[in-house]
Design a protein around this ligand. Sequence first.
Ligand SMILES: N[C@@H](CCC(=O)N[C@@H](CS)C(=O)NCC(=O)O)C(=O)O
Length: 207
Amino acid sequence: MTIELYTWGTPNGRKVSIMLEECGLAYNVHPVNIGKGEQFAPDYLKINPNGKIPSIVDPEGPGGEPIAMMESGAILIYLADKSGKFFPEKSKYEILQWLMFQMGHVGPMFGQAHHFMRNPKEIVPYAVERYGKEAKRLYGVMNLRLQGNAFLSGKEYTVADIATFPWVARHEWHKVDLAEFPHVKRWFDAIAARPAVERGMKVPFLN
Ligand SMILES: N[C@@H](CCC(=O)N[C@@H](CS)C(=O)NCC(=O)O)C(=O)O
């Protein structure tokens, strides 16, 4: 049965479209224009009470019952359980650490860097410096991790990489030069070349 994906052209949305493409699961795309406030429409809030993208509705969830889900990290774990892909049991706790690292640090900090660097209603130098510095620090953490590991959670490509990739794809937005982080660059180039990633990054449109 087809999964309904509610999304927009942002890193959090693209984590889920990449995962759906990688797993080969059938899905319909419903664009939710967050610039126009569609995330706050009463019908959408029934699916995602937090008023954010992404969300999914799977008509065939656990026990064959429909399930609506918010929070991209939880959605990735759900889709991994459903498909049996990209979350191998043997490295479960490594994967969870790097997935939580993305959800708790990479996403929120890069997101704040974008907000203050790209769309300032007023220039707040302290905020630009704080989030720019933190973004760079996080690249340092990833670079060290990827120095000895092909992927964030170890030898295999997993949901931790799928969650992090679309944020690193916006490195120019948070003013990071990947040449300064060669292991991140090698990891990034390898993932960018995956056909499922190329397709997932185009959902719901290029930007
Ligand atoms: N922790 C949430 C974050 C979701 C999120 O912040 N989505 C942004 C787009 S990337 C959004 O919907 N923003 C609209 C708004 O804040 O009103 C997740 O990972 O799903």
